[in-house]
Design a protein around this ligand. Structure first.
Ligand SMILES: C[S@@+](CC[C@H](N)C(=O)[O-])C[C@H]1O[C@@H](n2cnc3c(N)ncnc32)[C@H](O)[C@@H]1O
Length: 463
């Protein structure tokens, strides 16, 4: 593979006598990875049902390699049940190394298409809030789909300049992930097109953007909160020097140690002005040292714990219990969820279940705020695809559970009407949650032993 000369010279200086080993990686195949959605299934249970051979990614507890030349896990009903996300193994590292706890407020600043946001959402386990932002509206649409497929309801998907978000979320978040737009040098092997893009916009271009994003994120972080900054590039200007810029601009930040792995390399102090050894706590991933593509990660903390955020905006006031349309009320009673009615928001026909304690967000461009529960149409309530993906089988009373071997699973995913007489003869009519091996895929409406398909048309299985 032909690499730009300027890039080769830089890598020689960075890697010194390891440079030849690094170059050899370009003759080796890329790695394919799959990350289990632990919000829906434990790793142990997933391995019992996974039909392929999987090898653990040693530094990611829920990550696995698969043979991408032989199998296509995106063409399997379990993918449509949101049981996993397909992601290059090194790219699994940032979300696994930021310590997110259920109940926290988390921001993913550059989130599309959601490789990291889906894991952050899974770590929240339905408590707290995930704000997933991406400046590109079209990419944010893919992000929304991936979060909904993963069954993450306590979220907002926003498409804004991070600078604008500072007005709305001053010192609001406990944890922020910045998977920064970068020159992508670590991805040259995986995607040859990245070389051409690098020639158009190199490290200098991205460095300016990264400096602005990291300082804007800093203003949205609570004192005591943490930012994980990551790139998939090697250039120190986009890595150690971006972190240095943050530390100089906001001296209350310090670099933290993150959970290690024998293949990780240390950040390189010689690239920053003061040569501080602290930069060794940041992590570089090189493809000749471990089985994944090139990455950089830094975990930083703002000041001390136990300091209250100064500027937090007041939460949107609760509006109290609303009078709900009868059909909606009826439907919600059937869910085994403990619904807080003050968090229900009905906009036109659509009903949303909002995360708690959001500030006023008038003027923010968002694609979704909260979990779309469904639509009230002419006094009928139609549950949504997103709700189906958020439910566990035991949380809804009427289930049609098909084994993965049943042809009707694919038919359902293709949007076809199903004959379900054999499994519903004694059952009443109404909304059914269709599952594969116990994991929800979507809703259908039963009448006369026939299931009218309500799978979201835009998500259908394409043959
Ligand atoms: C490396 S990708 C993110 C990948 C994503 N985190 C994932 O794991 O799937 C960088 C993203 O940053 C977005 N982006 C570029 N400039 C941005 C900005 N100023 N603010 C927010 N997002 C930006 C791009 O649209 C792109 O989707």
């Amino acid at each position: 593979m032909k690499l730009p000369e300027k890039f080769e010279n830089k890598m020689k200086e960075l890697l010194q006598d390891e440079y030849d080993n690094y170059l050899q990686c370009y003759d080796e195949p890329r790695y394919y990875g799959l990350r289990v959605n632990t919000n829906k299934i434990s790793v142990e249970d997933f391995l019992k049902i996974a039909p392929w051979s999987l090898t653990p990614v040693p530094w990611i507890p829920n990550g696995f390699y698969y043979d991408g030349d032989k199998i296509q896990p995106s063409k399997h009903p379990y993918y449509f049940a949101g049981l996993y996300y397909l992601q290059e193994p090194s790219a699994m590292t940032p979300a696994s190394r930021i310590p997110v706890e259920p109940g926290e407020r988390v921001l993913d600043v550059c989130a599309a298409p959601g490789g990291k946001a889906t894991e952050l959402g899974a770590k929240l386990k339905g408590e707290g809030v995930l704000i997933a932002n991406d400046i590109s509206n079209s990419r944010a649409r893919g992000l929304l789909k991936n979060l909904e497929l993963f069954g993450i309801g306590n979220m907002m998907v926003i498409s804004e300049e991070p600078g604008k978000l500072v007005e709305y979320f001053p010192e609001y978040f406990d944890k922020i992930l910045i998977d920064a737009p970068c020159s992508g040098e670590g991805m040259f092997r995986k995607d040859k097109k990245m070389v051409k893009a690098w020639e158009e916009h190199g490290p200098e271009f991205f460095s300016k953007l990264q400096r602005s994003i990291i300082t804007q994120a800093a203003a949205m972080l609570k004192p005591g909160g943490m930012i994980l900054y990551s790139t998939c590039t090697f250039d120190p200007l986009e890595n150690e020097k971006t972190v240095e810029y943050l530390l100089e601009t906001c001296p209350e930040f310090k670099i933290c140690e993150m959970e290690g792995y024998e293949g990780f390399c240390e950040g390189i102090p010689k690239y920053v002005e003061n040569h501080s050894e602290e930069y060794r706590k940041t992590v570089r991933i090189f493809p000749h040292k471990m089985q994944g593509e090139g990455h950089y990660l830094a975990l930083v903390k703002k000041g001390d714990d136990n300091v209250e955020g100064k500027n937090e905006k007041p939460a949107k006031p609760k509006e109290g219990v609303k009078k709900l349309p009868e059909e909606l009320e009826q439907f919600l009673k059937e869910l085994s969820w403990d619904i807080d009615k003050s968090r229900l928001d009905i906009r036109e026909e659509r009903v949303y279940y909002m995360p708690e304690n959001l500030p006023m967000l008038k003027g923010v461009r968002f694609l979704r705020s909260g979990l779309l529960l469904g639509e009230v149409k002419k006094n009928r309530f139609e549950p949504s695809q997103a709700l189906a993906m958020c439910l566990k089988k035991e949380e809804y009373p009427r289930i049609l559970d098909l084994p993965v071997s049943d042809d009707r699973v694919i038919k359902y995913l293709k949007g076809e009407t199903l004959d379900v007489e054999d499994i519903t003869s004694r059952k009443e009519k109404g909304w059914y949650l269709v599952c594969v091996d116990g994991y929800p895929l979507g809703f259908g409406k039963l009448a006369n032993q026939t299931l009218k398909n309500k799978y979201l048309p835009g998500w259908r299985w394409m043959s």
